[in-house]
Design a protein around this ligand. Structure first.
Ligand code: ZN
Length: 281
């Protein structure tokens, strides 16, 4: 099966696929009786069209639902390419997608980055979800139960998890990665702790993150531990009146032993200040 260069489609269970994109953003594909559910629409319309083409490698059924794990551009700015699908997300994710100033800042950042998709990002018509929920939503799709679950704020204000209880599979968006440091810029560090504690209680053997490889439950616990250690160490620095710059170094040094080999660890020193700022209230 020849998919978009850099991507790989992995069948996790009959009709359930992870579409992994090396170094970029992953998606999910779940096939029902009469249609397809896609998890995350990706960064710009051309990426969404590539995803749609790759869905055609596994089924010719129409895409009926798009579930946005959260509002971030690299997960949801392809929404406009699914005009016939119902787009589902958390109500807070919808609020973020309608926040003009927040999106202006994101667009400026993406456009000025000079990436291959930067020009196209200028033209994206940010398309908020049609259907939102607060706590949970169940879909019965192709004889399969799919639970959409909100566990609190974390990586953004509106992260949701897609849980297949029978198959023990979770799609975690950017809340948890297998051995990767998440983006912390829009995060809610103190809420993230309890969200992660609830996440690891959900029965799962494997999880598909928004970035990186497929993880097992032990890796999900590691992702929880990372956030707990990060927040705990930053809180200690704040309690000891350690200035922000020095705190970054202290936190990185303390976390090196366990997380130093993770993807993106070299960027942790630059990410600590925003956590420090949010916790120093
Ligand atoms: Zn994100």
């Amino acid at each position: 099966m020849t998919t978009t260069p850099g991507t790989e489609i992995v069948e996790l269970s009959t009709g359930v696929y992870a579409r992994l994109h090396a170094g970029l953003t992953n998606a999910g594909i779940i096939i029902g009786d009469n249609g397809v559910l896609v998890i995350d629409s990706l960064r710009v319309p051309s990426f969404a069209r590539d995803l749609i083409q790759d869905v055609r490698h596994v089924t010719d059924k129409p895409i009926q639902y798009v579930v946005d794990t959260h509002s971030h551009w690299d997960h949801a700015w392809g929404n406009e390419e699914f005009p016939d699908a119902t787009i589902i997300a958390h109500s807070n994710a919808r609020k973020e997608m309608l926040d003009v100033e927040w999106n202006r800042q994101w667009r400026e950042k993406v456009v000025s980055a000079g990436d291959p998709w930067s020009e196209e990002a200028k033209l994206v018509n940010i398309t908020p979800p049609d259907l939102t929920f607060e706590n949970t939503m169940q879909l019965y799709f192709g004889g399969r139960e799919i639970n959409l679950v909100y566990l609190g704020k974390a990586h953004t204000s509106g992260d949701i998890f897609i849980h297949l209880p029978e198959e023990k599979i979770l799609f975690t968006g950017d809340v948890a990665q297998d051995g990767g440091i998440p983006f912390l810029g829009d995060s809610y560090p103190s809420d993230w702790l309890s969200t992660d504690d609830r996440l690891i209680e959900i029965e799962s053997d494997r999880f598909v993150s928004g970035h990186g490889p497929i993880g097992n439950h032990a890796a999900l616990v590691d992702a929880r531990d990372f956030i707990h250690e990060l927040v705990g160490n930053v809180m200690t620095s704040i309690a000891e009146n350690e200035p922000q710059d020095s705190a970054s170094n202290t936190v990185v040094t303390k976390m090196q032993y366990r997380f130093g080999h993770w993807r993106g660890f070299e960027s942790l020193a630059d990410k600590v200040p925003e956590v420090y700022h949010k916790l120093n209230v």
